[in-house]
Design a protein around this ligand. Structure first.
Ligand SMILES: *Cc1c(COP(=O)(O)O)cnc(C)c1O
Length: 425
C-alpha cells in the first residue's frame, strides 16, 4: 500500500499543529510511521487520501456505532442546519434528547448537556463536591476521564497522598485533592476512605476500564464501590463516555446492574457531533446553576445540530437494540481468533469491548497492562493496517465495532488476524 499523500499532509500539518494533529493519539507515536489521513467514511469503511480502503475498528473512538455517515443521521443534521446553527436559547430538541437519555438510563433523573466528555466529567466532579461540601475525589490509575487539570493524574504507585500531575502546566495544588486507587483493588479504595474520613466527595470510575486497553471489572468490584460510597456519603460517578449506549441501551450500569449516583456520557450521544452529558440523582443535580450554587455553563451547550444527530442516533439504536447481541457475538469471534493467533498474549473482553495485550501476565489493572510489549503491538498494528484493517494505533485503546460490520467482514478480519499470528511468529 502507498501512503504517500498521507505522508505529505503529515509533514505539512506538522508545521502548523504540534505533532501534526489535534489530539495526540492520532499521531501514531506508539506504533511509528505517519498517520493515515482520512478522506471520507461510510458504514464500516474508511477511505484515505491515497485511495486505500480500510475496515474500521476505531469508529471515531466510539461515536460511530451505527457506522459512519448513517443516512438518517446525515439527513437529520442537514435538516437542522437549515433552521440555524446555534441560538444560545433553549430548544425542544434538547428536551427530546434529555427524554431519550433518561428513558434508557433511569438513574439519570436530571441532566445537563455539554460539548465533550472532558467537560462532562469535569462538571460532574464539581457538582459532587458542591453537593457533599467535600474536596477529595478518588480516581483509578489508568482510567481516563478527559484532560481537565484535576483528572490528569499520573499512574502512581498507590501512594496515598501527593498525586503528581500527568502533564506539564498543571500546578501541584490542582491534583492534591485527587487520590489514586488501583482498578479492581478493593483494599486500595478502603485504605483511602480510612485515611480521609468524611472528606471524599466522589469516586469516579470507568465501569469497564477502556483507556488502558480493555480491563473489565472483577466480579463484585462495582458492587463494592457502590456499597462503600453509600456508607460514606460519597457520590459514585460512572464515567460511561465509552460504555454508554455501547454496552447496550442501559450502558455498563444496565449490563452489570450497579446503579451510580451520577453518570457522564459523550461519544455516542452526539452521533459524531460534539456532545457530552452529566446527570444523576435529582437532589444532586439541583445543585447546578441557575437552581443551585454550582456554576457551569456553555455557549454551544445543547447545540441544535449536535442534538439532532444525537436524537436520531439514539432512536435508531433503540430500533436496532437486538443488534447489541450481534456486536457481542462479533467480539467473541474476533477475540477467539486473537487468542488462537497469539497464544502468548492476553485478550480481554467485556460485552463488545475488547483488546489484546502482548504480555504473559493477566491484565487486571494499569500496572499489569503496562507489562505489554509495545514493539510487538506496533508490528501487529502495521500488519493489520497493510491488510486493510484499521485499529487504534495504541495498545492502550480498545477496538470498536459498529452495527454496519457484517458477518463476512468479521470473518475476513479473523482470517487476517490468524494469518498475522503465523507471519509475525
Ligand atoms: C473519551 C473519554 C473522555 C473524554 O471525552 P472527550 O470528548 O474526548 O473530551 C472521558 N472519559 C472517557 C471514559 C473517555 O473514553
Amino acid at each position: 500500500m502507498s501512503y504517500q499523500k498521507s505522508e505529505h499532509l503529515f509533514e505539512e500539518s506538522s508545521k502548523h499543529m504540534p505533532g501534526g494533529v489535534n489530539s495526540p493519539v492520532r499521531a501514531f507515536r506508539a506504533v511509528g510511521g505517519a498517520p493515515v489521513f482520512i478522506k471520507k467514511a461510510k458504514g464500516s469503511h474508511l477511505y484515505d487520501v491515497d485511495g486505500n480502503e480500510y475496515l474500521d475498528y476505531v469508529n471515531s473512538w466510539g461515536p460511530a456505532i451505527l457506522g459512519h455517515a448513517n443516512d438518517k443521521v446525515v439527513e437529520a443534521v442537514q435538516n437542522a442546519c437549515v433552521d440555524g446553527l446555534s441560538f444560545g436559547a433553549p430548544t425542544g430538541k434538547e428536551l427530546e434528547l434529555a427524554e431519550l437519555i433518561t428513558k434508557n438510563l433511569p438513574s439519570v433523573e436530571m441532566l445537563r448537556l455539554v460539548s465533550s466528555g472532558t467537560e462532562a466529567v469535569m462538571s460532574a466532579i464539581r457538582v459532587a463536591r458542591g453537593y457533599t461540601r467535600r474536596d477529595y475525589i478518588i480516581k483509578f490509575t489508568g482510567c481516563y476521564h478527559g484532560h481537565s487539570d484535576g483528572l490528569l493524574v499520573k499512574a502512581g504507585s498507590g501512594a496515598i497522598t501527593g498525586s503528581a500531575p500527568d502533564s506539564a502546566g498543571i500546578p501541584e495544588g490542582y491534583t492534591k485533592t485527587t487520590l489514586l486507587a488501583n482498578y479492581n483493588d478493593k483494599e486500595s479504595v478502603k485504605s483511602l476512605f480510612e485515611a480521609f474520613p468524611e472528606q471524599i466527595a466522589a469516586v469516579v470510575v470507568e465501569p469497564v476500564a477502556a483507556n488502558m486497553g480493555c480491563v473489565p471489572p472483577k466480579d463484585g468490584f462495582l458492587e463494592f464501590l457502590r456499597e462503600i460510597t453509600k456508607e460514606n456519603g460519597t457520590v459514585l460517578i460512572f464515567d460511561e463516555v465509552i460504555t454508554g449506549f455501547r454496552m447496550g441501551l442501559g450502558g455498563a450500569q444496565g449490563y452489570y446492574n450497579v446503579i451510580p449516583d451520577m453518570t457522564t456520557l459523550g461519544k455516542i450521544i452526539g452521533g459524531g457531533m460534539p456532545m457530552g452529558m452529566y446527570g444523576g440523582r435529582k437532589e444532586i443535580m439541583q445543585q447546578v446553576a441557575p437552581m443551585g450554587e454550582v456554576y457551569q455553563a456553555g455557549t454551544l451547550s445543547g447545540n441544535p445540530i449536535a442534538t439532532a444527530a444525537g436524537i436520531t442516533t439514539l432512536k435508531l439504536l433503540m430500533e436496532k437494540k437486538d443488534k447489541y447481541a450481534k456486536l457481542e457475538q462479533y467480539a467473541i469471534q474476533i477475540t477467539d481468533a486473537l487468542k488462537e493467533a497469539f497464544p502468548q498474549a492476553r485478550v480481554n473482553r467485556a460485552g463488545s469491548l475488547y483488546s489484546i495485550f502482548f504480555t504473559k501476565e493477566e491484565v487486571v489493572d494499569f500496572e499489569s497492562a503496562c507489562t505489554s510489549d509495545n514493539e510487538m503491538f506496533a508490528k501487529y498494528f502495521h500488519y493489520l493496517l497493510d491488510h486493510g484493517i484499521y485499529v487504534a494505533p495504541s495498545q492502550y485503546e480498545i477496538q470498536f465495532l459498529s452495527m454496519e460490520h457484517t458477518d463476512e467482514e468479521v470473518a475476513r478480519t479473523c482470517q487476517i488476524i490468524r494469518q498475522a499470528g503465523k507471519d509475525l511468529a
